[in-house]
Design a protein around this ligand. Structure first.
Ligand code: ADP
Ligand code: ADP
Length: 225
């Protein structure tokens, strides 16, 4: 069992905005939904879990290791799809994914070929592999982002607002893709869209104003909303 343990995380930006206010969460294998409106602190929390940002207070443990003290312990185990990820306008999808695979430590060329091709197929982008990601539609970009996040078989996957701006059909495709992620992985999905959590997540928390205001199972929580 993989374990993600978030303890008393707080973050106040230099402009005085308290984005995280004593957040604590325990997350095991499977998909965990973090639901909240814009400005709730979701991206701040996701960046903090991905060790791209330091909290003012509190700790994040993955497999019982404090990841801000040992960011190296997380790197190869982490897949992260940020809310706005940079899109390289010219390079082909295949090449770009191949580069990311190198960065993930998939050094062997044949392993890389297998992984990159398999992920492009899984995300339904194989026919588009020679096209630049900059020419992709929003839905295709997000699917590319998931392919990137899945490189190197991570044990912790962080996806930040992945369905924002997608039409219902693309959102559905994206849900199917996420539901194919193995069960032996911790997935944290942030969203402001209720269906994302009700369709995908056995466990969830609602974030508002930097605080967890509710947590539990979506089918039970939705009745009380
Ligand atoms: P810190 O408070 O952690 O030092 P900064 O205020 O220096 O952070 O901002 C870091 C980055 O976030 C900058 O690139 C800035 O443009 C961007 N940023 C600033 N304010 C906001 C905001 N309200 N929402 C999202 N990003 C912001
Ligand atoms: P969400 O992802 O739920 O929209 P964020 O974590 O992006 O929430 O933002 C939480 C709060 O912190 C918001 O009020 C936002 O404007 C502010 N904020 C986010 N990033 C920065 C930053 N770099 N500098 C200053 N304020 C920020």
């Amino acid at each position: 069992m993989n374990t993600l343990e978030i303890r008393n995380l707080s973050k106040t930006y230099t402009n005085g905005v308290k984005a995280l206010d004593s957040i604590s969460l325990s997350v095991g294998n499977g998909m965990f939904g973090l639901l909240g409106p814009n400005g709730a602190g979701k991206s701040t929390l996701m960046r903090t879990i991905a060790t791209l940002q330091e909290p003012d207070q509190g700790q994040v443990f993955f497999q019982k290791i404090d990841i801000h003290k040992n960011p190296q312990s997380l790197r190869r185990q982490l897949g992260y799809l940020p809310q706005d990820f940079g899109v390289y306008p010219k390079i082909s999808a295949y090449q770009l994914l191949d580069h990311f695979a190198v960065l993930k430590g998939v050094i062997n060329k044949k392993d890389r070929q297998e992984q990159v091709s398999a992920l492009l197929q899984q995300t339904n982008l194989y026919e588009k592999r020679k096209k630049a990601v900059g020419t992709f539609s929003g839905g295709m970009r997000q699917r590319f982002g998931i392919a990137q996040a899945l490189l190197g078989n991570p044990k912790l996957i962080i996806v930040d607002e992945p369905t924002a701006g997608l039409d219902p059909e693309e959102r559905n495709r994206f849900h199917n893709l996420l539901s194919e992620i193995g069960e032996n992985v911790v997935v944290v999905l942030s969203t402001h869209i209720v269906e994302d959590v009700s369709d995908l997540c056995p466990e969830m928390a609602i974030l508002s104003g930097g605080r967890i205001v509710l947590k539990g199972q979506p089918n039970k929580l939705m009745d009380s909303l």
